[in-house]
Design a protein around this ligand. Structure first.
Ligand code: NAI
Ligand code: MG
Length: 399
């Protein structure tokens, strides 16, 4: 295989620090690639009035694979105030570059793994029957539909006549909401399409099959949200019958799931959900395996092949100005591991994963979050590894 070109999008704040270290680890592991820099984030909003410049979109169109750090976004009053003086008053409006990237490339499949690393002091523990403690091994992949549902952006405040009249055709709206003055109404829709529900469910089944799991869990709420959640459950049940007879479909409501996952997280391996519930359940699981220093995600479109890999944390602006970066690069590095697996570089992926696991299990090198320290500049003096030292430790284990 020829040399790959990866679009490296550091973004803002700590995005740059973690991505730099991640690329060092990839190089050391022998991943042969060129990196082209993709501009994204607050900096480009301020300088150009565009947080996701067209040139970055072009790069992703051409090279297909993106490694993304994190961006900063700020409230409305700041977006106007921080725009370069020569651009002010010229009709520029801020938009989320992440959502835009997702929508532009229709990155409908989002995978969020949560995996226990042995020896991570942040691992979830629970009480045993005799009063002791035990640490369940968590190994779950969450498949989140990434483009539709409650985050689809079809919403109104004080809806127009046309929209309002359409709602008046629904009995439940007339009964429960028509008392409310229209200008006091806010409506956000939850739209599911069979095409994209089928795609995310299929991705979950394929993963389960590959890993040898005998069940997938649909984490929605079909008993109440009958149309959309109901569609996802039905698609999964029919697909199980028709294509995956050895994989059964478990139906767990999102609210119940947030309770079960601290009781028996090891009972779940493959979870599929719509956009918002997928967002919630993946953050909830991430908390059990160490939180933001460890949580990672991949988003892709199976047709165009465009894919973007990123940690779930943000740009942590407070930490960005530190002379020595202290944030944990493991979430970013694990995103790169997902990238390698996605493009078939499994041997390198496995080496990096093992090196990360070895460093964590050995316990000599720990980022401040793993020491449960408050993230001040003092943590280095308290024995915490810097971002670079953590990457160095991982590189040293790459045998
Ligand atoms: P954040 O994820 O940036 O930081 C929250 C806290 O988590 C930090 O203060 C730090 O204590 C900890 N943390 C984050 N990453 C860490 C790491 N790698 N290692 C150790 N600890 C880590 O979220 P916050 O503070 O809510 O948002 C900051 C900015 O990031 C905002 O402008 C927000 O809009 C943006 N954001 C961007 C995201 C993205 O680019 N995907 C996602 C979430 C927030
Ligand atoms: Mg989230």
């Amino acid at each position: 295989m020829g040399k790959r070109t990866i679009v490296a999008m550091p973004g803002d704040g700590i995005g740059k620090a973690v991505l730099d270290e991640c690329i060092r680890v990839l190089d050391a592991a022998g991943f042969d690639a060129n990196y082209v820099n993709g501009d994204i984030g607050w900096e480009f909003w301020c300088k150009e009035g565009d947080p996701l410049p067209e040139r970055t979109i072009k790069l992703l169109e051409e090279h297909k694979i993106g490694l993304f750090g994190a961006i900063t976004s700020k409230p409305k009053d700041k977006t106007a105030a921080e725009l370069a003086p020569e651009l002010q008053g010229k009709g520029y409006t801020y938009y989320s570059p992440i959502v835009t990237m997702r929508q532009h490339f229709n990155l409908d499949i989002c995978m969020r793994p949560c995996l226990t690393y042995k020896g991570n002091p942040l691992n979830f523990i629970r009480r045993t029957a005799n009063g002791g403690v035990e640490e369940p091994l968590i190994d779950v992949m969450i498949f989140r539909q990434n483009t539709e549902g409650l985050y689809g952006g079809v919403e109104w405040t004080n809806p127009s006549d046309q929209v309002y009249n359409a709602f008046l055709t629904h009995k439940k709206f007339v009964e429960n909401f028509s008392w409310c003055p229209r200008e006091e109404l806010a409506i956000s829709t939850r739209i599911f399409t069979k095409k994209y529900v089928t795609r995310i469910v299929k991705a979950a089944f394929e993963y389960a099959k590959k890993r040898g799991f005998s069940k997938i869990t649909v984490c929605e709420k079909p008993n109440v949200i009958r149309e959309t959640s109901g569609m996802m459950l039905k698609v999964a049940q029919e697909m199980s019958k028709a294509e995956y007879p050895n994989i059964w479909v478990e139906d767990v409501n999102i609210d119940a799931m947030t309770m079960w996952l601290t009781k028996n997280p090891e009972n779940y391996n493959v979870i599929v959900a719509g956009n918002m519930f997928g967002d919630i359940v993946s953050d909830a699981f991430a908390g059990l395996i160490g939180g933001l220093g460890f949580a990672t995600s991949a988003q892709f479109n199976p047709e165009s092949g465009v894919c973007v890999f990123e940690p779930t944390h943000g740009s942590a602006p407070k930490y960005a100005g530190y002379e020595t970066s202290i944030v944990n690069p493991i979430a970013m590095i694990s995103s790169a591991v997902m990238m390698l697996e996605h493009i078939g570089e499994n041997a390198i992926a496995t080496r990096i994963k093992k090196a990360v696991a070895d460093v964590i299990e050995e316990g000599k090198v720990r980022a401040y979050d793993m020491m449960k320290l408050k993230g001040t500049q003092e943590v280095i003096n308290q024995g915490a590894a810097s971002t670079k030292q953590m990457a160095d430790a991982i590189i040293a284990k790459l045998k």
